[in-house]
Design a protein around this ligand. Structure first.
Ligand code: HEM
Length: 418
């Protein structure tokens, strides 16, 4: 627990992440205004995972500090222990982390192979898929009773990824449940009955792996035009991706690419309900404002709460001296409301320029691989929602996911109107 100006802030306590969003913002501000980086004890590790409790971590909350850490992967690495607060056993780290938990040269090698699979033709195919999936989902909903997250925001990016990877849609329920479990942060609403979080995560990963292995093997024998085939057959300087790397990359894409975009869309709908003037401004000039509006939605919602780095040598960050082995937690939402960088940081402003937010991570080797796709998904979904439902309204307050990793909304009932 850390007490700043008499207020108890404990980023490791699950209850901190279930407090109202406004309280989280106040805590972030206190942490930003504090001269040195605040230090926190680690939460208890998840049972069944074999993870061990470490010495604690520093919270990095100022925008400039998040940039500095992201830009210096040699000093603040990703491959030691994990990018979550608690160190994970190496096999689990590898299995769930893929790119995100690697340093160079392994990271650069895998990222090069993956990048090679995203040919212009593949990218175009993916973008077309986004359009088709948005239309398909909105055409198919029961308009009389809509819960935005479950009916629209969750299935949309998930179906896009399944189609890109060539996974049969019949697996959608199982994959959604697994992705929800992995990123649930232990929120009981997303855990299978009678399972502790650690066991549930492990079982979800095993299920996804069992789904993906035969698909990878089949594409190795007989390639199709999906991303798995492209990944398996991509080669950089004679090196190719292994089947296990494909499986881990798939798990990363699923969790990194679906829960995040879902969260951005859900927060966006809620933000426009709370700030109808911003919706009017965007609708009036949709195409021209889309890039700025979408980035403001990502800044505002900051779907990924945090990523951890491990310090590799003595270094000073702001006014804090750090030593090899120290853990630092980058809190993107806190950096995205830093008043020293963003004018009226607490204002939702679809015309915000410049908007150097770190919602997709800071500049560096781990910057979000799916940022282009995510921006397209959010743009297409809002274009469809605004044009089909000019009277779209939120009909009950959002219910907040209790997670220290994803700034999620579990449910958001809406009236489509019209
Ligand atoms: C609004 C949606 C999204 C947000 C807010 C988001 C955010 C992030 C963040 C914060 C990181 C970590 C950056 C770092 O550690 O420096 C990241 C990494 C990553 N994201 Fe995204 N993401 C989104 C959508 C997507 C999508 C749609 C995909 C792909 C389908 C994707 C794939 C990845 C991958 C593969 C990485 C790891 C990159 C690496 O370590 O080299 N993300 N994302």
């Amino acid at each position: 627990m850390t007490v700043i100006q008499g207020i108890d802030i404990d980023l490791s306590a699950p209850r901190f992440w279930s407090r109202p969003w406004a309280e989280r913002e106040r805590a972030y501000k206190l942490l930003r205004d504090h001269e040195t980086l605040a230090f926190f004890d680690e939460p208890e590790p998840l049972p069944s995972t074999g993870a061990v409790k470490g010495a604690g971590y520093y919270a990095v909350v100022r925008h400039a500090d998040v940039l500095e850490v992201s830009r210096r992967p040699g000093v603040f690495c990703s491959g030691e222990g994990a990018t979550s607060v608690t160190d994970m056993p190496p096999d689990l780290n590898e299995f769930y982390g893929s790119l995100i938990n690697m340093d160079d040269p392994r990271h650069a090698r895998l990222r090069r192979i993956v990048s090679q699979a995203f040919t212009p033709r593949m990218l175009q195919r993916i973008l077309d898929q986004v359009e088709r999936t948005a239309v398909e989902i909105l055409d198919g909903i029961d308009q009389s009773c809509v819960e935005l997250v479950g009916d629209i925001a969750a299935p949309f990016p998930l179906l896009v990824i399944l189609d890109i990877m060539g996974v049969p849609r019949s697996e959608r329920g199982m994959v959604l449940q697994a992705a929800n479990t992995i990123l649930s942060g232990g929120d009981p609403d997303f855990l299978p009955p009678g399972k502790d979080f650690g066991t549930a995560i492990l079982e979800a990963g095993i299920g996804l792996s069992a789904l993906m292995q035969p698909i990878a093997a089949a594409r190795r024998r007989e390639p199709t035009d999906d991303l798995v085939s492209a990944l398996i057959h991509a080669e950089v300087e004679g090196e190719a991706i292994t089947d296990q790397e494909v499986v881990s990359f798939f798990i990363l894409l699923l969790v990194a690419g679906s829960e995040t975009t879902r969260t951005a869309i859900a927060h966006g709908v809620w933000a426009f309900a709370e700030h109808p003037d911003q919706r009017t401004i965007w609708v009036h000039d949709f195409d021209a404002l889309a890039p700025a509006a979408v980035d403001e939605i990502v800044r505002w919602s900051s779907p990924v709460i945090s990523m951890r780095r491990t310090v590799t040598q003595e270094v000073t960050l702001g006014a804090t001296e750090l030593h090899a082995g120290d853990k630092v937690l980058l809190l993107y939402g806190a950096a995205n409301r830093d008043e020293s960088v963003f004018d009226s940081a607490q204002r939702f402003d679809v015309r915000r320029q410049p908007n150097p937010h770190v919602g997709f991570g800071g500049p560096g080797p781990h910057f979000c691989l799916g940022a282009h796709l995510a921006r397209r998904e959010v743009t297409v979904m809002f274009r469809e929602l605004f044009s089909r439902y000019p009277d779209l309204a939120v009909s009950a307050a959002p219910s907040q996911l209790q997670s220290s990793f994803i700034n999620g909304i579990k449910r958001l009932p809406v009236r489509l109107g019209g």
